[in-house]
Design a protein around this ligand. Structure first.
Ligand SMILES: NC(=O)CC[C@H](N)C(=O)O
Length: 212
């Protein structure tokens, strides 16, 4: 099959309820993706993949519940294999386990255990270099992570979840099949490699769906 036919030809939804969705949209568009904002159940049906932006996970979750989007969102991701990429608050929404806030409503689709606000208050936000064994992330400058009142991935199911980048002994970028999550904010940098990685995941998932 020719390479061009497999290049991210789906519609990438970006959840537009709260948070830094505009930065995600700009980065995805700069990579040539077709992007659509998602604000309702109806919007959700018109996309092939979804980005969950950073922001405030409690606010985003409240709105998802109020808009009755939570069950369908989970069904699309878990049962129908819709590719999803969560950054920071998005990562919190995806976690199966939430240390400290076990009752906080969320999608709960990924085998990770996450602690919110793990590095302290907003003022304790920082930028650092992270390490990765993934070829795309080793080419060029090292990946840099901007952590803004960030969560921490405390543990993950090593049988199902792949570690893509880490800071010391802590995972900061992980993948479980068609799901990608990071505790930092690649969308507010000029480095689009992680978004490009996600678009590659989307195109592989869409190809597999077409063949299946
Ligand atoms: N930058 C972010 O997305 C911060 C996440 C936020 N502290 C939360 O718990 O939802």
């Amino acid at each position: 099959m020719m390479e061009a036919q497999t290049s991210h030809n789906g519609v990438i939804g970006v959840l537009q309820l709260q948070g830094d969705f505009a930065e995600h949209e700009a980065m995805l568009k700069s990579l040539g993706a077709k992007v659509r904002g998602v604000r309702s159940l109806e919007d959700l049906e018109s996309v092939d993949a979804l980005v969950l932006p950073g922001g405030e996970s409690t606010t985003i979750a409240k709105l998802l519940v109020a808009l009755q989007m939570m069950p369908r969102l989970k069904q699309r991701i878990v049962e129908q294999g819709m590719p999803v990429f969560g950054t920071c608050a998005g990562c919190i929404l995806m976690a199966n386990e939430l240390v400290d806030y076990p009752e906080q409503p969320r999608i709960g689709c990924m085998d990770i255990s996450v602690r919110r606000n793990a590095y302290g208050a907003q003022i304790d936000s920082f930028e650092c270099e992270v390490a990765s064994d993934v070829q795309q992330f080793q080419e060029g400058p090292p990946l840099r992570a901007i952590l803004i009142r960030a969560p921490e991935i405390m543990a993950f199911n090593k049988g199902a979840v792949k570690l893509l980048a880490h800071r010391g002994e802590r995972a900061v970028l992980v993948q479980q099949g068609h799901m990608l999550a990071t505790t930092f904010h690649p969308e507010i940098t000029t480095d689009s490699r992680i978004h490009a990685y996600f678009l590659q995941m989307v195109s592989e998932a869409l190809d597999a769906q077409k063949q299946g």
